[in-house]
Design a protein around this ligand. Structure first.
Ligand code: SAM
Length: 286
């Protein structure tokens, strides 16, 4: 079902205006540096001649990058939120995510003992999710969390989400593990994070290791086909979004490990055009 819905979405996008049409025009070259400066056309082509992410390209797309490349992406991310203009922002499309998840109706009134939001950013999605279900313990994980806590609109600046005290963790998901005396999570939230990480294999392995039996996984990211990723890795450099895992691999991970309880295929407008996205929730298969 997951793949059928996605293929339908892809056909629909092709029929209207989609990324492939934009790729054919003169703006096919784009270079976005870590200071968020965008170059297009000839200027971008010149910059791309000395710097591309195609060195990381494999059969699963760009599924792993080195830590220097990741650190650059994190500098981009920190500047996005913790520089002058970023400091006045109150959300990172969180209301759009809520809408695309149908106000998290699939977990309405459910009880969760232990929830974690991975790559929570300064604003979090759990502050929305919290309103629709009952969560006793919250962990927020983000490598930039100790910086975000100083953001004027940080959702957890006092280390509370509403009246629940939160535990903060600044490890990347690839390095996160639980001590043997710590309980697993019955709710794991990862929204708009995967393309910022550095290893898809470690990401998957860590998610599966921290989820409790029948735990719920809420996931959103972009879906790009392998050929789109191959095309991008030649014509586009996007400093802040280094990981580009092929859609089929992401769907395999979800289908093989989770019993689906919510699926919504959508799209997001980006500097390079409209890109498919997935909004998924599933229960860990036993
Ligand atoms: C685009 S922001 C999204 C924030 C939040 N999920 C939201 O929707 O508001 C991506 C976040 O992922 C975090 N991130 C980057 N690499 C990560 C990693 N390896 N593990 C966990 N989080 C990571 C970044 O620091 C950044 O805050």
């Amino acid at each position: 079902m997951l793949r059928v819905m996605y293929r339908f979405r892809k056909v629909l996008n092709k029929l209207t205006s989609n990324i492939t049409r934009k790729d054919e025009n003169s703006e096919q070259y784009m270079y976005i540096d870590e200071y968020r400066r965008i170059s297009k056309g000839k200027d971008a082509k010149k910059l791309l001649s000395s710097r591309k992410d195609n060195i990381y390209l494999g059969k699963n797309g760009i599924a792993e990058i080195n830590l220097d490349r990741w650190a650059e992406a994190q500098r981009y991310e920190e500047r996005s939120w913790m520089s002058k203009s970023g400091l006045s922002i109150c959300e990172d499309r969180n209301s759009q995510h809520k809408k695309n998840f149908d106000s998290y109706s699939f977990i309405k009134d459910k009880e969760f003992n232990n929830a974690i939001e991975i790559g929570c950013g300064p604003f979090t999605n759990i502050r929305d999710i919290y309103k629709y279900c009952n969560i006793s313990n919250i962990t927020l994980l983000d490598p930039l969390i100790n910086r975000y806590i100083h953001h004027p609109h940080c959702a957890y600046s006092k280390q509370y989400i509403y009246n629940t005290r939160v535990k903060l963790d600044d490890r990347p998901i690839e390095q996160f593990s639980l001590r043997h005396d710590e309980p697993k999570f019955d709710l794991v939230i990862v929204i708009n994070v995967l393309e910022h990480c550095y290893s898809f294999d470690k990401f998957c392995e860590r998610i599966l290791s921290i989820l409790a039996n029948k735990g719920i996984f809420i996931f959103n990211d972009k879906l790009l086909s392998l050929s789109q990723i191959q095309h991008y890795s030649q014509n586009l450099f996007d400093s802040g979004h280094p990981l580009r895992v092929a859609d089929e691999r992401i769907l395999d991970f979800l289908k093989n490990n989770f019993q689906s309880i919510y699926e919504n295929f959508n799209s997001v407008d980006t500097p390079v055009g409209e890109i498919n996205t997935i909004y998924f929730a599933g229960m860990l298969k036993s």
